[in-house]
Design a protein around this ligand. Structure first.
Ligand code: SAH
Length: 273
């Protein structure tokens, strides 16, 4: 990948020379770790410690069972500052406010047939998406993320394991992923700055969600599904659109097409019989 130094390059380049040429990637400013429904406060503390060691600082907690808690503070060791600034939310949607791409994490799960990233590939993907706000979302210890919460995410990260024992301790799963982010990103040759408006960026999660709702409205209007039974279609369409990694211009084409269908239907409704 252009602009990213590999481990071996990093070891051979004179650090003073690097300093003159690179900017430190502001990953900490655009990556948040979200823990959903954590049961054990110790896992929250260990997560803070794992994050701090890898240079991340934004911890978001969705309905933690017990927090703040002595055990969280004890296991955070020198990273208690991340617990003090941690933001607490009632639900995942609130924790994802302002996020462009959310990466769900899950142990092997047959319910989910999305394309999955390894932690290393996900880290490369995140590092390459300059100026994108990213969340990495972790589920409760016992049950993992619910379908409803998975629906709010656009990518899936699975830490490879042996086939018949895939579930890791929550904070250890966090550690592996934040380590890969750190390894992929600490030194970065300053990229030529692109004009955001001129280049065709990846569509934001909000734009894709609006496209998905627009599709559902038009499908309802042309009676594509049985009224009141769009549930499964809704979810499959959402996953299809997330998987497609649409760009801004592609969302515009599809929205334009749907609007043209709506306008045509409207004209037909008004036309005298
Ligand atoms: N029985 C649950 C286990 C949850 S472990 C399940 O099957 O998902 C708690 C959290 O740790 C998970 O929700 C996920 O966020 C993370 N985790 C554990 N093992 C993982 C793995 N192999 N890959 C990715 N995330 C994992």
């Amino acid at each position: 990948m252009p602009g990213i130094l590999t481990d071996s390059q990093r070891q051979t380049v004179d650090p003073t020379e690097i300093e003159a040429r690179i900017v430190v990637a502001p990953l900490a400013a655009r990556v948040r770790v979200v823990l959903v429904g954590t049961t054990h406060p110790g896992n929250i503390g260990s997560t803070a410690r794992a994050m701090k060691a890898m240079g991340l600082k934004h911890l978001h907690l969705v309905a933690p069972e017990r927090f703040p808690h002595d055990e969280a503070t004890a296991l955070a060791v020198g990273a208690a500052d991340l617990l003090l600034t941690a933001e607490i939310h009632a639900n995942l949607a609130a924790a994802l406010d302002g996020v462009d791409i959310a990466y769900a994490t899950s142990a092997r799960d047959r319910r989910i047939d999305w394309p999955t990233f390894t932690p290393r590939n996900a880290a490369a993907d995140i590092v390459a998406r300059d100026e994108t706000q990213v969340a990495v979302v972790f589920g409760p210890e016992r049950s993992g993320l619910s379908n409803t919460d998975l629906d709010l995410c656009q990518r899936l990260i699975e830490i490879p394991t042996v086939p018949d024992f895939s579930s890791l301790n929550l904070a250890q799963a966090v550690q592996i992923i934040v380590y890969e982010l750190y390894a992929a990103a600490p030194l970065r040759v300053a990229p030529p700055r692109r004009n955001r408006r001129l280049s065709d960026q990846s569509a934001s999660a909000e734009d894709v969600a609006q496209l998905q709702r627009h599709c559902m409205r038009v499908m309802a209007e042309v009676e594509f599904f049985e009224p009141g039974k769009p549930k499964l279609l809704d979810r499959r369409l959402r996953r299809l659109l997330s998987r497609a990694e649409l760009r801004d211009s592609e969302v515009k084409i599809l929205r334009g097409f749907l609007t043209a269908v709506e306008e045509r239907l409207e004209r037909q409704r008004r036309a005298p019989l």
